[in-house]
Write a protein that binds this ligand. Sequence first.
Ligand code: AMP
Ligand code: GLY
Length: 427
Amino acid sequence: MKVLVLGGGGREHALCWKLKQSPLLSELYCAPGNPGIAELADLVPIRAEDSSELAEFAAGLGVGLTVVGPEVPLSMGLVDEFERRGLLVFGPSARAAELEGSKVFAKQFMERHAIPTAAFEVVHDEREARRAAKRFGFPVVLKADGLAAGKGVLIAAGSAELEAALVALFEERQFGSASARVVVEECLQGEEVSILALSDGSRLLPLATSKDYKRIGEEDSGPNTGGMGAHSPSMVLTSEQGSEILDRVMRPTVAGMANENRTFRGVLYAGVMMTADGPRVLEFNVRFGDPETQPLMMRMEGDLLPVLLAGARGDFGSAKVGFRQEAAACVVLASEGYPGSPVKGEPITGIEEARRQPRVEIFHAGTTIVDDTLVTHGGRVLSACATGANLADALRRAYLTAAQVDWPSKLYRRDIGRRVIELTSSN
Ligand code: AMP
Ligand code: GLY
């Protein structure tokens, strides 16, 4: 079967790496891909947002399954466009993708279906926002309604920060029309986990738990990024807590979406805070997480292709996913300036040597080739990933890799997984 993967980051590289191992695969395409993916797939120079061009391409080549990485094409209706043309695609329709595309929709949906989440109010202007902030007290969280590339969440510790956030949201309109409506919500405390499951519209196949590290700085300091590292398992959930999240969050979400005529097929990803009062959903994503997908693919057993194909058809049937009893870790190598404007164009060295180590993979994101040389070309450049018998072992290998690969402005967090290992070993 011919498979097309859409996107060009570390997540898509990891998906291509996994799909490439399938005996059912005949040809792998990726649009637009990156230099790492080019070793596994034929790159197609079409942006993931150009859905009609992509559908033309897929129909013309007889692509049997398309897998979508990023959220924007999903929100823009790529799946609807493919399905109109009878093409199989694993991902939610635009209506189902509203779970990620609109924070207001997601919060009101959770309220309708009694899915545990932070208390909230929807506001339309500064006056309403101040009133809501007063009700919740500081720190308070403000979220632009629409997609904002992971940057639309502001946490205000006091009134000065609140006023600055209101200016950014309502006056400067830093998030454009995404902040026409804003969710103000209580700030939750606890450990965050990423819970991902595949959905065929009615049934779920849960993936292993994972945890990502969103802040740029060590000990979770500084601004949010797309994610600076991840590992699986999350290390912060007991199996009872994992089951509780499936029963109280994931299953009611898929059932509720089906009841509201927004059948959810694709990856359902809940960012969950484990509070003293139990799990609370921080956000939904409607796609694989980046960087969580990198360790998840490295731990996954068996063939992913038939599972995604069955999901795209709307019935998993006997399809299964399993994960090895080992850990996998991913350290994101970024360039100075990220998450703002990163330095670009620096030659990358050491990849070939690093890749020869056992249990190691290096997935590309912001890289490009200039005059036959691999150079940096984005904020998040590479994911240094490894598996190990346990998390400490996987991290040791991932960090050796992170040190071996180099360029002048390389930047990475040294503390991925450190605290959860300390927590679990002190128990
Ligand atoms: P979101 O895009 O909604 O996941 O928010 C990005 C990040 O902001 C989350 O991963 C959390 O670290 C943080 N966050 C979002 N909502 C809350 C909340 N209600 N309380 C505390 N932290 C939050
Ligand atoms: N790692 C967070 C995300 O994919 O949104």
